[in-house]
Write a protein that binds this ligand. Sequence first.
Ligand SMILES: Cc1cc2nc3c(=O)[nH]c(=O)nc-3n(C[C@H](O)[C@H](O)[C@H](O)COP(=O)(O)OP(=O)(O)OC[C@H]3O[C@@H](n4cnc5c(N)ncnc54)[C@H](O)[C@@H]3O)c2cc1C
Length: 440
Amino acid sequence: MPKIELHYKELPPCDVLVAGGGSAGVAAAVSAGRAGVKTILIEKSTFLGGTATGALVTPMMKNTLPAKGLFSEVCDRLMQAGGGATFKDGNPGWFNPEIYKIVLDKICLEAHVKLMFDCQVIEAIHELPFLRKVIFFNKSGCFSISAKEFIDCTGDGDLMAFSGVSYESGENNHRQSMSLRFMMSGVDLKALAKWLQENDKRGDSPVHFLDNGDILLSSAHTFEKEWTLKPFFDEALKNTDLKKEDAAYFQIFSVPGSPGLVAFNCPGIISGNKVLDPLNSEDTSWVLTHGRQMIERISSFCKKYLPGFSNSYVCQIAPYIGVRESRRLIGQYVLSAEDILSGQKFEDAIADSDWPIDIHPSKIGEREQLRHPPKNDYYQIPLRSLLPKENEIKNLIVAGRCLSADFEAQGSARIQANCWAMGEAAGQLAAKRVNYSLRS
Ligand SMILES: Cc1cc2nc3c(=O)[nH]c(=O)nc-3n(C[C@H](O)[C@H](O)[C@H](O)COP(=O)(O)OP(=O)(O)OC[C@H]3O[C@@H](n4cnc5c(N)ncnc54)[C@H](O)[C@@H]3O)c2cc1C
């Protein structure tokens, strides 16, 4: 492969450098910052929240276990800011993505985290077994920052890949499908709620009225189930207003503090038998253009067929593709499907979860798979699933959806509540190592 020589300017060092400011990255930076160590967070986009805000993944899925730690704190802060709510099933993770961005900025700044937006990490320099600096670029050129501890929260595991530690990505052609989510405004939520309440005979379209007048509701359609919305999809498919792929996976949620706003968990995008790779820009470019065409059809369908949508319009298409998984660390412990399904517990547990293994089809003809931990039980994620193998880099921690888990286990562990817990533990460990100079 041809090489280029890279000229970069050295910036002042820090104690803990966090790459990526999604759920895990914010949690990592805040917990390190609060522990009193000099922390820098480098984020390639212009806001925090990552997939939650940039890919419009709202609401956060519910563990039936109570929210804890920083995750619980951020849910409370969202509610205080008027951009969060608790659903009637006890899930405190309903949120408005734009307000979330503001809340996350504040939490980081209060913890004295230095935020560097518009900066993409493109290389790492190590002197084995330590990582020494990361190289990143922005509009002014290339820069490096040295740190004592590094935390990879890029979702795609960019920093771990640049560091040369072991990882997997798409082995055996196993992939989750990508989605391009969007939002519609101008929806008459009262009319939609009334229709759902009158017609939902199976309990698949819950509606919750809050004291402040907000209406929280959700509904869905897939081919596997007799959903309440099914007659509208059948009609639209018959009239060729929708293609089959548009109707394969459809989920809507209203948004707290945002009357008339509905968030869509769709379209899910597949390309026949070709398994699309979120790290391949030809594939992601196809997903973006194809996804926007699907959004045009799905939004027209909503306006024409669904109660309450006649005056609605697309107000936002996610700036980022929703990537469910890409690179996964092969670390000191690889969390397995068996661990999830047996409710495995660990001495070095950092997160408790009962979210199922949730695999979204990546090829035509595949079905969504949902497999649950044992009833009334939960599994744990061990700290070792955030640590590269012992003979690899010693001052790197990997948190969030790129954790060390097999393909199926990642399909459960990736939910936002878990990413918060992983990030929080990673930040605490990094700060502890800095404070006690544990490195040899
Ligand atoms: C379509 C879809 C639906 C989902 N549904 C739900 C759901 O309903 N509920 C739920 O709880 N979870 C859901 N998830 C999963 C969950 O949202 C994600 O797994 C989680 O948000 C990932 O958090 P993270 O911090 O690991 O990574 P991300 O949120 O992806 O954050 C990574 C951050 O790193 C930045 N970054 C990347 N590379 C670089 C680089 N080289 N340099 C600097 N910065 C970089 C990115 O810009 C981003 O801000 C869904 C995911 C998808 C895609």
